[in-house]
Design a protein around this ligand. Structure first.
Ligand SMILES: Nc1nc2c(ncn2[C@@H]2O[C@H](COP(=O)(O)OP(=O)(O)OP(=O)(O)O)[C@@H](O)[C@H]2O)c(=O)[nH]1
Ligand SMILES: [Mg+2]
Length: 445
């Protein structure tokens, strides 16, 4: 699926990449074409319009990186927005950690509920959990038999009692599970042609009776916008906990997948991708976005370039350090960068010679905060030329930052020790930095 949407998006974005320069006009023109492609893929109109608006806003104010052409940046923005639209992070099912955990499966007729019950049971069994498949569809004559056949195929126990209504069957199934060391009860409910009150009420009763850990709605992705409407209705009536997109192996245009999360606010948790019982996967928004866009190489290229900016900054800093030109302004700059990068001790430790020199320099957050406060109380001139800080300036800085003169002295002393150390390093004609000096940047560059 998604092929036609992918092709169209690729075409539009290729044109934009060829344009070389990004202008508001060519961004807007391209976005109009992206909008058309989304609507043709049956994406909900409001969702598509909001999507375009978000991409446009980000693309117009884009900070273009040297090594990347602007069109490639737009591809990355579209990709990130797609991931967001699909729900961001992968959302796992509720853990099977009670005896029993209960999942209820609901949805329209023929959407793939019974198949899903078997698929989930098989995955649970593979994790060494003991599942129980419950037939709560008493309306379609062959429904109970179909569930039994599937359960037998994967050697999973099934449960049904003749002559009782579905809420009763479900309650008895849970009671049975409690007594028989079942880890996961999977309740397969009756399909409905459309949303009707009577069956909805029955589901509400099941929900009250068994207090499920998951209520999964199976939405047939082949039905496009209908799947979105159905999900929305079910969610409003039952507060479902997750959507399962079924038949993603078919030639659906993708609109349902792209709209459901945004319209209902309910996460898509699983993707059912075939008729075989093993065809079930967690729903990964980022992988799905890459598939839709079909431009994984461009996306990773831009990510790399974005990381390189940080590398360039860090390299400039190293040069300054080695020339012993760094001052308190750089120090402040580094502090904020370091904060973004993670544990300070480990970062400092990666700089050769630094670990030893700073052995007694206990890095804790309070000390850092105090240092920043002191530096911020200096004038720009003092930060650039710490040598001019005499006694009266020290007293002023101490007062301004709420510290003692001693603390100011200590900071200055540390600073001069560091400066001297780097000065010595540069005198030894220390050229280039060995591997490992760079802090670990995100992405493992
Ligand atoms: N290609 C494909 N077919 C699927 C998928 N999931 C289910 N099916 C097929 O869809 C048909 C209906 O599946 P069921 O699991 O019986 O659907 P149901 O929702 O239980 O149907 P009712 O109980 O009648 O409401 C069957 O032929 C399944 O093999 C899927 O992910 N991909
Ligand atoms: Mg069924």
């Amino acid at each position: 699926m998604f092929e036609s949407l992918s092709d169209k998006l690729e075409l539009v974005l290729k044109k934009l990449r060829g344009a070389g320069k990004l202008t508001e006009k060519n961004i807007r023109d391209s976005m109009r074409e992206v909008l058309r492609a989304l609507l043709e893929a049956d994406v909900n109109y409001k969702v598509a319009r909001d999507f375009i608006k978000a991409v446009e806003e980000k693309a117009v104010g884009i900070e273009v990186l040297q090594s990347i052409d602007p069109g490639q940046m737009v591809v990355k923005i579209v990709h990130d927005e797609l991931v967001r639209l699909l729900g961001g992070k992968t959302q796992p099912l509720a853990p099977i950690d009670k005896s029993p955990t209960v999942y209820v499966i609901c949805g329209l007729q023929g959407s793939g509920k019974t198949t899903l019950a078997a698929k989930i049971a098989l995955q649970a069994r593979r994790k060494n959990k003991k599942p129980l498949m419950v037939a709560a569809d008493i309306y379609r004559p062959a429904a109970v038999k179909q569930l039994k056949v599937l359960a037998d195929q994967i050697a999973v126990e099934h449960f049904h009692v003749e002559g009782k209504n579905p809420p009763r069957i479900c309650r008895e199934a849970v009671a049975y599970a409690e007594k028989n060391f079942i880890d996961l009860v999977i309740i397969d409910t009756a399909g409905r042609l459309h949303i009707d009150d009577e069956l909805m009420h029955e589901l509400e009763e099941i929900k009250t009776g068994v207090k499920p850990d998951e209520i999964l709605l199976v939405a047939d992705s082949m039905t496009g916008q209908d799947a979105v409407k159905v999900s929305d209705e079910f969610h409003r009536r039952l507060s479902i906990t997750g959507v399962v997109l079924s038949k993603l192996d078919g030639d659906a245009r993708g609109g349902a997948a792209l709209s459901i999360r945004s319209v209902t606010g309910c996460p898509i948790k699983l993707a059912s991708t075939g008729e075989k019982i093993s065809d079930l996967e967690p729903f990964h928004p980022d992988r799905m976005a890459s598939r839709i866009l079909g431009m994984g190489d461009v996306v990773s290229l831009v990510e790399k370039a974005q990381e390189t900016i940080d590398v360039e900054k860090a390299e400039q800093m190293q040069e300054k350090l080695l020339k012993a030109q760094f001052n308190f302004e750089d120090f402040l700059d580094q502090m904020s960068q370091l904060k973004k990068m993670g544990p300070i001790d480990s970062l400092l430790g990666m700089i050769p010679g630094m670990g030893k020199a700073l052995k007694n320099f206990k890095v804790d957050e309070h000390v850092m905060e105090r240092m920043v406060a002191i530096i911020k109380s200096m004038t720009v001139d003092e930060r650039r030329r710490p040598g001019i800080i005499d006694g009266s300036r020290k007293r002023r800085i101490a007062k301004g930052s709420g510290n003692s003169v001693q603390a100011v002295n200590q900071l200055l002393k540390q600073f001069f020790v560091m400066q001297k150390m780097f000065h010595n390093m540069s005198k030894k004609k220390f050229k280039g930095l060995p591997q490992g000096m760079m802090p670990n940047l995100p992405g493992g560059l």
